[in-house]
Write a protein that binds this ligand. Structure first.
Ligand code: KG4
Ligand code: ZN
Length: 338
């Protein structure tokens, strides 16, 4: 089944062609990062306008790359939630028009389910059940993936997402948006023990996390140093922050693996590209005898191939939409599109 898939929830316009949820024939991305960089973050209206300019030519490019014609497309999958509402609407409206004119099913895909499905592309033998650590710019949670479309949230952040924490600290350090990757690169030569960071304790669910205290502590440290004219060891600060985020994630992941008894762990989302998190998750899982699946770096951040991968399984589960499909800024990963 050839699925044309669309992703436009933030600042990347993306169109892909994916066969049976696993084989990527085309994966086209038009990034707006250079435009939003000027403003230090994504400007929602600019994002929507850029999506509408980019999406049609990108779909043609995806078909050309896949060496397919429009008649070869069997279904259209699209991110319908969550994201910047104007941005998601562009993708949903394009997908509706495409499905309508091609006379094929329209498949709504939750963006975070898509991130999880990026692992199906990189690891063709990966099948549920498995535990997934989801770490993106807007989400941080532990998801028990019981089946391709049946999931349970075991825990998550009470405040900031891991990516948001990295991005805000990077911004105060003067790194260009989005700072997560730059902070990661900078941290590689630093000493992670140099600036001890607070470890948040969250009452209630032991699998829950909190990153706002860590973010505030790091930003206060930077501002204090500036005021006192003290020069900071920036690589070591970045390493200390990365270490604090990673150890918080790893400790909850280990606990979730012990609680569920799952023998496979996947990591998903933009922050899954983080070198320290990749290394520490791999090491912790190995100690438990658990298999680890990490998406290839190009499938960690937003892309449409992951939407095509999850779209296939949503289709098999009967989760198709009619032309009343709408876009949503927020929606639970457990929710339904209609
Ligand atoms: O999943 P994603 O592309 O978008 C959302 O769905 O939110 O995640 C983007 C986030 C940003 O916060 C970005 O800074 C972060 O992923 N990120 C990283 C790295 N690469 C991207 N964070 C830490 N280390 C990285 N190497
Ligand atoms: Zn994303």
């Amino acid at each position: 089944m050839n699925i044309l898939s669309i992703e436009s929830s933030c600042d990347e316009t993306a169109v892909a062609v994916v066969v049976n949820g696993r084989t990527v024939l085309a994966d086209c991305i038009s990034s707006q990062v250079d435009i939003h960089k000027i403003y230090g973050g994504v400007v929602p209206e600019i994002a929507s306008r850029k999506h509408i300019e980019a999406i049609y030519p990108l779909a043609d490019q995806a078909l050309q790359t896949a060496e397919l014609t429009r008649q070869d497309i069997d279904a259209v999958a699209v991110t319908y939630a969550p994201g910047l509402i104007g941005a998601v609407l562009v993708g949903v409206n394009f997908a509706k028009a495409a499905a309508f004119t091609l006379g094929v099913p329209l498949i709504p895909v939750h963006h975070i389910r898509g991130h999880i499905a990026a692992n199906y592309i990189t690891h063709p033998d990966l099948e549920p059940p498995f535990l997934c650590l989801v770490v993106s710019g807007g989400h941080t949670m532990l998801v028990d993936v019981q089946d391709y479309t049946r999931m349970e949230i075991l825990g998550g952040t009470r405040d900031d997402a891991a990516g948001e924490c990295f991005d805000k600290i990077a911004r105060v350090l003067g790194m260009p948006y989005p700072g997560g990757a730059a902070l990661d690169r900078m941290s590689r030569t630093g000493d992670p023990a140099k600036y001890p960071m607070p470890k948040a304790k969250v009452d209630g669910n032991p699998l829950d996390l909190s990153f706002s205290g860590l973010k505030t502590a790091a930003i206060n440290l930077i501002h204090n140093a500036e005021q006192k004219g003290i020069s900071l060891d920036v690589p070591s600060l970045c390493a200390s922050v990365s270490e604090a985020v990673s150890s918080a994630l790893v400790s909850r992941t280990v606990l979730a693996l012990e609680q569920t008894g799952r023998k496979t762990l996947a990591v998903a989302g933009g922050v899954a590209a983080n070198s320290r998190i990749r290394a520490e998750v791999t090491e912790a899982a190995a100690k438990l005898g658990v298999r680890v699946c990490l998406p290839e770096l190009r499938f960690c951040g937003d892309n449409a191939a992951m939407i095509g991968a999850q779209g296939y399984y949503e289709y098999l589960a009967g989760n198709v939409a009619d032309m009343t499909l709408n876009a949503y800024a927020t929606k639970s990963i457990l929710g339904k599109a209609l």
